[in-house]
Design a protein around this ligand. Structure first.
Ligand SMILES: Nc1ncnc2c1ncn2[C@@H]1O[C@H](COP(=O)(O)OP(=O)(O)OP(=O)(O)O)[C@@H](O)[C@H]1O
Ligand SMILES: [Mg+2]
Length: 453
């Protein structure tokens, strides 16, 4: 077990300082960094995998090999059969179409700067809303793919005030903005639809944690739009893989600790802070009668607390601010839950052979607790990856009965995965990741656990 240690000074550094001026990094098919010490090669090897995901390993004489693997969302996307396009390509096509179908919104009402991320359900743009008297407001515009609406479970009306039937993601966020007081729930600003897609405008949140990682830079998107008066405009947008989220934060910070302390373990103080703040936000959502339905590192946005151009911190501490995003699977808890948002990290109750499947009314809030446990696991683990058992279950090589083998009460982590975790962190993790949803703690109980004090 490792001793608790604080690397708070890490958060007093700029992203450039955190990441260093030299050195490279990489991306592939899940969200982890793993390291080995036995390489002497200092060439970066790059490859594009079958699902069009960038893979790269970097080795130097002085540094161990760093292998950063892309988050599960890309794999989840590749599994969907509604299109043969890769996630990145689909995002590019959707943005180009948006400028055609919603020309006025995208060029006059908003000024779009770039793509800040994409997933299986949509692509998110960074933009400024042009306000009267020359002022402006930074916003995120999520283009929600229409395919989502064809799926009836995703288009169900969850109780928004509008008469119009909107994607559940939009009405869920509207409901939460009315009923939930947490400042870590994304602020709804507007929505509209055109012939191709729905559009959700929210606050833009997070710092660019990958700014200094040249290998994460994707080719810019260049295209033309034509106005009603036939004026042709060329647009050039930067494309990012989700640089503001917890996955990116974890990549940046692991790279830093690996370079400075020769470990891939993240410092415990910010991990606890992030888990605690996310638990508080989720708790507020649960108390409003909803579950989130897709808690994972890619759906937690992280913002460096320093105000731009100032030496003071925003909240009096140097720990980052967090925001829960992606309400695409958020539903009223009373309606129950049939599956969790991302299959790779699915709680066991939804795994093939589970006695809970189909028969029992499941409370999605208990599944959120498991998913938050997985977030804690990913942050606490050595390589930043999800547990082996998740991958095996997702591949179908581990069914529910095998997960429960030996009378496991807790989701089976292997010894190597947990050897460096502090005892009290592991205690909370095992409670949150109980196989039986009813045995998992509520978020009030999570927040009062000794490890989070
Ligand atoms: N408001 C925001 N501000 C900054 N970045 C954002 C914002 N919303 C989303 N992102 C980035 O865009 C990515 C994709 O957005 P989102 O998770 O909403 O898409 P999705 O298609 O629903 O994802 P999934 O595949 O998880 O269902 C996020 O992982 C995050 O990195
Ligand atoms: Mg998402």
């Amino acid at each position: 077990m490792i001793a608790e240690h604080s690397f708070l000074s890490l958060f007093g550094l700029s992203a450039k300082q955190i990441l260093g001026d030299s050195g490279s990094s990489s991306a592939s098919s899940s969200n982890s960094i793993s390291s080995t010490n036995n390489s002497t090669n200092n060439n970066a090897a790059k490859a594009v995998s079958a699902n069009n995901v960038l893979t790269q390993t970097v080795a130097t004489n002085s540094n161990p090999v760093v292998k950063i693997i892309r988050p599960p969302r890309l794999a989840a996307y590749a599994a969907a059969d509604f299109t043969k396009l890769s996630a990145e390509k689909r995002a590019r096509v959707a943005v180009t179409n948006a400028f055609k179908e919603s020309f006025f919104k995208m060029t006059r009402q908003y000024q779009v700067f770039g793509i800040v991320g994409y997933g299986g359900n949509g692509v998110v743009l960074s933009a400024k809303e042009r306000l009267p008297e020359g002022s402006s407001l930074s916003v995120a515009i999520k283009i929600i793919y229409r395919r989502t609406l064809a799926d009836s479970s995703d288009s169900e009306d969850i109780g928004g005030t509008t008469d119009e039937r909107v994607p559940a993601e939009i009405s869920a966020l509207q409901c939460l903005n009315r009923s939930c007081k947490s400042s870590s729930v994304l602020k709804y600003l507007d929505h509209w639809k055109d012939a191709k897609h729905y559009y959700l405008v929210t606050q833009l949140f997070g710092s660019n944690w990958l700014k200094e990682f040249p290998d994460f830079k994707l080719p810019r998107l260049e295209f033309q739009s034509v106005s009603h008066s036939k004026v042709v405009r060329t647009h050039t947008l930067a494309v990012s893989l989700g640089a503001c989220d917890l996955w990116a934060w974890s990549v940046a910070h692991r790279t830093h600790v690996q370079r400075t302390s020769n470990t891939t373990l993240l410092p415990l103080t910010p991990i606890k802070h992030i888990v605690r703040e996310t638990a508080k936000a989720l708790n507020a959502i649960h108390k409003s009668g909803f579950y989130h339905g897709d808690v994972k590192v890619e759906n937690i946005l992280v913002e460096y607390p320093q105000a731009p151009g100032s030496n003071k911190t925003i909240n009096g501490s140097n720990c980052p601010n967090v925001m829960l995003s992606d309400y695409g699977h958020t539903r009223a808890a009373e309606k129950g839950i049939k599956r969790y948002g991302t299959q790779e990290i699915s709680p066991p109750e939804f795994i093939e052979g589970s006695p809970f499947l189909g028969t029992v009314h499941l409370d999605g809030r208990r599944s959120d607790v498991f998913a938050l446990g997985m977030v804690a696991f990913v942050l606490l683990s050595d390589g930043g990856d999800i547990p082996d058992a998740c991958r095996s279950a997702e591949r179908g090589s581990l069914d529910y009965q095998s997960l429960c083998a030996n009378g496991n009460e807790c989701f089976p982590f292997n010894d190597k995965e947990i050897e460096n975790m502090p005892d009290n962190a592991l205690d909370l993790l095992c409670r949150m990741c109980a196989m039986d949803p009813a045995k998992r703690p509520t978020l009030d109980q999570v927040l009062s656990h000794q490890w989070l004090q």
